[in-house]
Design a protein around this ligand. Sequence first.
Ligand code: AMP
Ligand code: TRP
Length: 346
Amino acid sequence: MNDTKPKVFSGIQPSGSKTLGNYSGGFRQYAQTQETHEAFFCIVDLHSISVDYDPGELRRATLDLAAMFFATGLDAERATVFCQSHVTAHAEAAWLLSSVTSYGQLSRMTQFKDKSEGRDVVSAALFTYPVLMAGDILLYQTDLVPIGDDQRQHLELSRDIAERFNHRFGETFRVPEGKFPEIGGRIMDLQEPQNKMSTTLSSEQGAVYIVDSPDAIMKKFKSAVTDSEREVRYDPQEKPGVSNLLEIMSVATGEPIEALERRFENAGYGDFKVAVGESVVALLNPIRERYEALRGDERELQRLLAVGAEKARRASAPTLEMMYERMGFARSDAGPFFGAARPKGL
Ligand code: AMP
Ligand code: TRP
């Protein structure tokens, strides 16, 4: 492994079908960074049990997501693609870091407030979820975390946790930076453009799934909500529906939004929506085809995840060991558990 390359880490939950929003804020950025960085991409299955879930579904969704990582361009050789629960360091780090995380700060997380609203039972895992996420990132001495806008607050918390730990126990973690896409960091629901497109909260018509058929995609775009003004102009405040469509087309084609505004200056909304739909079909069709081929071979997916887990274990062990040492746990070179993990010079 090349230690001089900056490190990138991101995680995504194996739950529900992944959307065009996940592609734009997540997968699209991941594939770009594996060229220039030492890249870690994690299927965060431990995060998925923080809300009510079905065990059979978790297993299926984990393999779905592994196939999606590879279908969107990640390469098991160049990047480390792995499953969070396969690397026990993540659960350990979460517990250790929870000692430097304040209850007050966790209660201010907007995602916690949104997700706990209206539920009969709110799990402790939902509350401490951002600590697990901080551990994911910090274990790899991550420089850069590509994420969508909705994870900004969690990343800030991870930075605070790193700084607090470094201050309390001595310099241990690199403090990570977020990387947010300039456009497409927050793709909105096609039916309710004031809300983000979401795996769990959007309606079937409001969310475009990466594996949707071309027909389904065209239908969703043709019925997308716009406004009565009949002018293709980018203005997220006044024109959320149209602005979202412009942003989506810009992500799909790589063309700047201004160029698209000019192209559709004199077009009706009907033609504009068809063009946006077609650009998304062109983007997602090859991904869906690759996905289906990969998803058909579960043994191969399991093998690739095992390769990733081994690399991730080796990469995270020195930092975990350093955490235990700095926090005052009586570690020993002779013990069966830490001998191999103990970093040189500690
Ligand atoms: P999740 O499926 O919630 O684990 O999200 C995985 C990644 O997709 C995270 O980096 C999110 O920020 C990103 N993401 C989720 N929804 C959207 C959206 N509507 N627009 C842009 N990025 C998103
Ligand atoms: N909390 C993130 C989400 O719901 C997923 C996640 C878990 C993550 N661990 C991470 C993202 C580490 C980036 C880095 O989208």
